[in-house]
Design a protein around this ligand. Sequence first.
Ligand code: TAP
Length: 481
Amino acid sequence: MRFEYSPAPESRAIVTLRDSYGLFIGGAFVPGSSVFKTISPASEEVLAEVTHAGPEDVDRAVAAARQAYERTWSAMPGRERGKYLFRIARLIQERSRELAVLETMDNGKPIRESRDVDVPLAAAHFFYHAGWADKLGYAGFGPSPRPLGVVGQVIPWNFPLLMLAWKVAPALACGNTVVLKPAETTPLTALLFAEICQQADLPPGVVNIVTGDGATGQALVAHPGIDKVAFTGSTEVGKEIARACAVSGKRLTLELGGKAANVVFDDAPVDQAVEGIVNGIFFNQGHVCCAGSRLLVQESVYDEVLAALRRRMGTLRLGDPLDKNTDVGAINSRAQLDKISELVSSGEAEGASRWSAPCPLPDRGFWFAPTVFTEVSQAHRIAREEIFGPVLSVLTFRTPAEAVEKANNTPYGLSAGVWTEKGSLILWMASRLRAGVVWANTFNRFDPSSPFGGYKESGFGREGGRHGLEAYLDVTGNADV
Ligand code: TAP
């Protein structure tokens, strides 16, 4: 049965967009060298003009961060730093609706996801790390771990505010100051976060935000005044950054791409597994580094699982991201839509069989219907390359050993999922899957206390949990490390 829903749009009235945004340097919004426009991917409407930071602007931001590091932040007792982080966390909660609506407008993701996932998790990251700020000496890195200095952080467009929180909260809790570059297509929630820093009375220069494109990111990671680089984005750019940092003495963490296997055994409850498969690949339009983009189904239940999956995909509602009933929003940019379309065409050309959910696509904006490929071989590009869109590739297996072999047959290693009612099989699989996170009978679950990160070409370093703190601390000279 298909239910028809009346439109239930969230109001945009809560968001006050400025015509133009400056760079956030030294606690104030300042002009930069040039400007660019940020648009809504759902309507292609221009939302605002944003400043493009050139090398001299990056230089100013790094100088402001250095001054704040030396004069205030690194010398401030942890319990005082913690108060600022708690304050920021509470302000994110207070302004949650505004942040959620703005995120959805700029990114294209459904309001249900920005409201129920992105913004609450961003607040949770600040709450969690606020609690660590005065307890770093008890985190297992020796009695007096020290901050690293000025951190340069570059983030992608798929979870703009949440990736900012993953980066800024631990850096600040550990006593570092920050220069952050959001993605070119999604700068607006980072700029609203800058306002939150002002509202929280955060000392000027502790957080600096430089908007711009890849060249701005390049200038930031190459800047000699940076002590540590934290990057989340594609493996291709991650490799470039690793090369740029190689002989600089800068500390580096990389959170890169993924091609996760979601493995369904024949004893799994099919309806629950199908919900997990749908959540694994269609959540956030599949713009998720840890998306379950390769479904491995045990042969004996293949027909049953695929029939249930197609039925469920047929009920997904695609459209206005601000509508509270929308399941699948807009693709973030034309460039990403082109990339998805090119990889999908390659899947068809290489002989895989395509099925897309029968949903009408809006005339304006960037859209792609939820799609599943069957008859996929491991050699196909759609089985090997990260599509970063709502496209699932299905493969089959007979034995657990074959499932492990196929799941690990990827240059990536960020996440994996296992669906079975046998606890022993879950543990057997988890100990063999080469992935930073393995979910059992669920998918895409996040918590600030749980470390997240990759193996192989998915990068190195962990974010979240006690492990994530280490990336922002100098632990040398501590005897018990
Ligand atoms: P990228 O193209 O790599 O961009 C990421 C960020 O780096 C953007 O801010 C980008 O600026 C900037 N950038 C581009 N070229 C740069 C350079 N040469 N030097 C320094 N910075 C540069 O990735 P994306 O397309 O935005 O994001 C999608 C990718 O991120 C996927 O592969 C996804 O798997 C990965 N991702 C990983 C994780 C984790 S936790 N592992 C989480 C989310 C996303 P512009 O926006 O201006 O290009």
